[in-house]
Design a protein around this ligand. Structure first.
Ligand code: NAP
Length: 318
């Protein structure tokens, strides 16, 4: 397979990667964005986005399409491929694709996002797709007028419990503490929704199923140790995300939970390697922050690439 040369390779096509693509094209960097699946990332799976400044309400998929079209409008090269490794180098970094192609590049922006965290309880893996789901907008439709259990206490769990309450007959929202982590406004909406029953201080210990799929969830109260069984047709698990850090090259600094540590330019401790969005250690994960990361990293990458090229010219023999 061949070798190709770029100023910048962006790995991942969610809001952070696409925003980086927009800014990179505006900075006239020779850029390619590599994405193994459909561009959009986690946001594409979100039903409604109500906190992207300037847009009062928009569907997650629709917002992603806007990012994508904006980037394509600047002529961003998009490549559908799996990146198998990223190898830092001195003159160039290498991004290796599944088909064996090597992309040589001055700068790399890693924007691979995160993946839903699993509960790792009996019945979870076996019943994935048979009542266990990590995406309400993808699977909620299958539970029309049925009973579901939602597990988690963050913004995703609250938002998706509200979404499911419009479809399902009953939603049990199970959280391990006595107060939710998610935003006040979502908590108020959950409290006001008669189809949602909250079950606090409780964890799911088993997902119960028969040959057709999920039949219920066993819950344990963490304060009293009392066990109860909730009959349900589906279980939606929203207990956070894990950063997709498998491509992070050796030597790049990560924190104890696997998020990449960067400076304010989103640059890692390896020059020319940047990390943005849900992959990067920061105070909160929001679409607007992912987009901001993409902007900062692309501007910093442009500066870095300029420096590389200037150095190459200086080193050229007379
Ligand atoms: P999150 O904020 O990390 O919340 C995860 C929730 O799962 C927490 O309530 C946590 O409980 C619970 N949890 C974790 N591990 C668990 C386990 N093993 N068993 C039971 N419960 C467990 O994750 P998220 O809700 O997916 O949100 C991720 C980020 O995206 C956040 O920054 C969030 O603000 C953002 N987001 C924003 C919006 C929005 O603004 N519209 C929508 C979705 C997501 P504890 O609270 O006890 O730790």
């Amino acid at each position: 397979m061949g070798t190709e040369l770029y100023d910048l390779v962006i790995v991942g096509g969610g809001p952070a990667g696409l925003s980086a693509g927009i800014y990179a094209m505006r900075a006239a960097l020779n850029t390619v964005l590599v994405e193994k699946g459909m561009p959009g990332g986690q946001v594409a799976l979100t039903k409604d986005v109500e906190n992207y400044p300037g847009i009062e309400a928009i569907g997650g998929f629709e917002l992603c399409e806007k990012f994508l079209n904006h980037a394509k409008g600047y002529g961003l090269e998009m490549r559908e491929a799996e990146v198998t490794s990223v190898a830092p180098g001195v003159d160039y970094h290498e991004v290796i694709l599944g088909d064996g192609t090597t992309l040589h590049t001055h700068a790399v922006i890693l924007a691979a996002g995160g993946t839903a965290r699993k509960l790792s309880i009996p019945g979870e893996t076996e019943n994935f797709g048979k009542g266990v789901s990590y995406c309400a907008t993808c699977d909620g439709f299958f539970f029309r007028n049925k009973t579901v259990v939602v597990i988690g206490g963050g913004d995703t769990a609250l938002e998706d419990a509200l979404y499911l309450s419009k479809i399902c007959a009953r939603v049990y929202l199970v959280h391990r503490r006595d107060e939710f982590r998610g935003s006040r406004i979502l908590q108020q909406r959950v409290c006001a929704e008669p189809r949602i029953t909250t079950v606090l201080n409780s964890v799911a210990t088993d997902i119960l199923a028969d040959a057709q799929g999920v039949t219920g969830v066993k819950l344990k109260n963490v304060q009293t140790n009392a066990v109860q069984q909730v009959d349900a047709d589906g279980v939606f698990i929203f207990v956070g995300f894990l950063p997709n850090n498998s491509l992070i090259p050796a030597g790049v600094k990560m924190n104890a939970t696997g998020y990449v540590v960067t400076d304010e330019k989103c640059e890692t401790n390896l020059p020319g390697i940047f990390a943005v969005g849900d992959l990067r250690q920061k105070y909160a994960n929001q679409i607007v922050l992912a987009a901001a990361d993409g902007c900062v990293a692309a501007l910093a990458a442009a500066h870095y690439v300029e420096g590389c090229k200037a150095a190459a010219v200086c080193q050229r023999p007379e």
